[in-house]
Design a protein around this ligand. Structure first.
Ligand SMILES: [Zn+2]
Length: 149
């Protein structure tokens, strides 16, 4: 199976989130075999739900489809370093590989802050590749927050 990057689609979800007035973060979940199982952008404002991060929405949709609380063999593409909540959900779902774009020193929970996957309590650590599409992801976030000032 050829390797395909899904970061472009995740960035498109982030752009769509910005158009809805949401912090531009996008996520794409890919099933084993390469089918896109779910794609989502942030909807915390729209849903009045602080947990409606792109990653959580994608994981919920893919789990509902799969009829399972776990997504073994799945790959998650996210435009921004996941926060601690999302990192915990990624571990709980047993997602195999995590690709993310920009690092997030302020809210991130993978390489910063809580470093969820490095905890002894964390029972599942995905393979992690960072910095993919990071420049575009950062630009979307900077534009978004510049407009709100
Ligand atoms: Zn999150």
């Amino acid at each position: 199976m050829a390797f395909t990057s899904h970061m472009a689609q995740a960035l498109a979800e982030a752009r769509a989130a910005a158009d809805r007035g949401e912090v531009p973060v996008g996520a794409v979940l890919v099933a084993p075999g390469g089918r896109v199982a779910a794609a989502a952008g942030n909807r915390t404002r729209e849903m009045s739900d602080p947990t409606a991060h792109a990653e959580i929405l994608a994981i919920r949709a893919a789990c509902a489809q799969a009829g399972s609380e776990r997504l073994p063999g799945h790959t998650l593409w996210v435009t921004l370093e996941p926060c601690p909540m999302c990192a915990a959900a990624i571990a709980a779902a047993r997602i195999e590989v995590l690709y993310y774009g920009a690092s997030d020193p302020r809210m991130g929970g993978v390489a910063h802050g809580a470093r969820v996957f490095d905890h002894p309590q964390c029972h599942h650590r995905p393979h992690i590749y960072d910095g993919i599409g990071a420049a575009e992801s950062r630009r979307l976030l900077q534009d978004f927050f510049a407009q709100r000032r």
